[in-house]
Design a protein around this ligand. Sequence first.
Ligand SMILES: Nc1ncnc2c1ncn2[C@@H]1O[C@H](COP(=O)(O)OP(=O)(O)OP(=O)(O)O)[C@@H](O)[C@H]1O
Ligand SMILES: [Mg+2]
Length: 454
Amino acid sequence: MMDNESVNLLGGQMLADEEAWLSVIRKMDEAYADLVDYQVQVEEQNTKLAEAQNFFDSVLSAMSDVLVVCDHEGKIQQVNRAFEEFCGRDSKGLMGTWLPELCPSEHFAVMKECLRKVRHTPVRDLEIVINGARGEVPLALNCSPRFNPRGRLIGIVVAGRPLGDLQKAFKELNRTHAELNQTHAELKLAQERLVQSEKMASLGRLVAGVAHELNNPISFVYGNMHALKRYTTRLVEYFDAVQAGASRDELKNLRAQLRLDRAISDLDSLVEGTLEGADRVREIVNDLRQFSSTQRSEKLPFDLVHVAQSALHWILKENPEVIVDKDLPEKLGGRGHSGQIHQVVVNLIQNAVDAIKELPLPKLIIRAGQDGVGANAMLWLEVQDNGPGIAVDDLPRLFDPFFTTKPPGKGTGLGLSISYGIVSEHGGELSVVNLEEGGALARLMLPVSPKNDD
Ligand SMILES: Nc1ncnc2c1ncn2[C@@H]1O[C@H](COP(=O)(O)OP(=O)(O)OP(=O)(O)O)[C@@H](O)[C@H]1O
Ligand SMILES: [Mg+2]
């Protein structure tokens, strides 16, 4: 049986135990609340960390420059997407690769030396070649050392950009430019030679035409001279008889026998004809002098109508079947190298004739005139034909050297290209177009007074 004191003691003990338990439970509650707080903080930190990680990842991915993070020896630890794309390998494949191993053998030592230097000081603008996905590509690199808080080297950061695209393109451009210059110079030379030989050829054609033309009056003069020589022999015979004292009857007989009356009546027309022939020869030679001057000389006054008539004359002689409709004024005074303009007009007419000569009714219209007055006045000349015209695809190429649709041996394709050069040099314009009603129209325009007067 417990006495009162004992009961009190027991009760006090139980109270103390209960108090202790309550305090433990309170402490546990507090600890638990701290733990929850801590957990919340950790999660917040984690979220921030993940956000920061995402931020850096997106910045690194967005960089167009390459970025490589290496350990202190130069072995790759991390790369950005630009470097992955540059190498054509993913970051896992690149992990642990020693930087110099990415270089072609001749650049291996350069990269090794860079890794040595960067231990002490950053290396700037190192030009080095790296094996990229599209072959060897030169890069400009900046390498910096990375230290821990105690100042020990813990890694290297390499950033850079391909020199390649721009510099290579620049070098390529320079090279192409030099090659183009050379080709251009060669082409110019070849063209000059061709133009010269074309000039010689057209001069040759002109000379052949002139020779043909000269043949007529010369054979005419030659025939007359033969007749005159025959008459002279007879006259000498007659005068010898006169001098020898022949009688009147004898002389009368001799005169009849030698048909002197007819010879004497012929003399005038023979001499007249011979003179005419000689004049014609002189005219032709003058024309030849005027038209064959291909060398650079001063621009002189000339008559475009005369040039056109002469060009027509030369070509129609060979193509008498062509019907020509002329609408020309009496005279159109211009300034230039008439020989060269003649060459242009000959080519325009020849082109038209070539286009129509097989037609049953080959027709050519040649017109000329002047627009405006004074210093800005322009002379124009048109050659129109009723041929098939020019194929639309060929139109842009008409003035290209060697562009021809004529069979080999018939056309060199230089006519319009040379003509264009001549007309431009005179400050004029040359065009060839198709007409709605069919056929082609070539139009030549020349300033009455060219600016560059030589
Ligand atoms: N009036 C025209 N009608 C149809 N085609 C034409 C006419 N004029 C020029 N052409 C076309 O233009 C091309 C180039 O003419 P171009 O005078 O330059 O050279 P070509 O006449 O062929 O040769 P070349 O003049 O050297 O003897 C001709 O081959 C022809 O196809
Ligand atoms: Mg031609």
